[in-house]
Design a protein around this ligand. Sequence first.
Ligand SMILES: [Zn+2]
Length: 329
Amino acid sequence: MPKAELHIHIEGSLEPQMIFELARRNGIALPYASVQDLRSAYAFTDLQSFLDLYYQGAGVLQTEEDFCEMALAYLARAAMDNVVHAEIFFDPQTHTERGVAMQTVVRGLARACEEAQQRHGISASLILSFLRHLSEREAFATLEQALPLREHFIGVGLDSSELGHPPEKFQRVFARCRELGLHIVAHAGEEGPPAYIWQALDLLRAERIDHGVQAVHDTALMQRLAAERVPLTVCPLSNQKLQVFPDLRQHNLKALLDGGLVATANSDDPAYFGGYLNDNLLQVFAATGMGVQHAWQLAAHSFEASFAPAADKARWMDQLAEVFERFAH
Ligand SMILES: [Zn+2]
């Protein structure tokens, strides 16, 4: 079925094979003997254990071409899963703090978005994410660096180590981003408590919550998310690999949908968590017994929750209806 992907970190699509190729090309030494050796290091116990490897992997990215190739590889792979639209997170601070220029990052990624439209017919836009383990002052500096490239990204997000870094820490920089007309999203309620989701809504004015699976522990929050149709970008295989739901059969995606929430399914960091979007869907459906109605909801929600133009959303909804009609016959 056609669908949008709204929670994908482009640095998390960097496959071990490409890490080795880029390391060779850029003359960077890796602490792993082989691709297999690196892959076998992907045994995570929580969010931080993943982030440590993720930042190390991103260290091989140096040139505009590197960023373009990485994003083109993801978009080609997503198109194979019939993803028709992707809103892609990038973490500029992971690169600028290594001495890579902001424009190298943004121009490379933006070029990939344009080329993928022509090559694969997939539409894509970029969302700049602030690293929440760094300070708000550093987030402001990052925003300033990115403003000359404003035409290339549609919004801002908040990611990295959640616990101990509540949304309130970034209240002022998000207020500035709203003034600039940027869309606002934030990771909240992955490992962190429901209070972080309330803060993302009330203090940052997030239009979507990334993850948000901890909302089920707060009835009033569930009611608000449903009533205001605030989308959650849920990532099943990520939650399994990072031990949020160690057993996929315990995953609450079905409960979120049945509770009337605008939940969507996404791959988060597919190179690290063992699957792109269709793998996420197949595995979570098999584990939790969701049915055809849930599949339709997930795809329809992904379009509703996207920041794409209304005309595009209407066209994709028609394509979705066609697929389900054919399926019914
Ligand atoms: Zn994420």
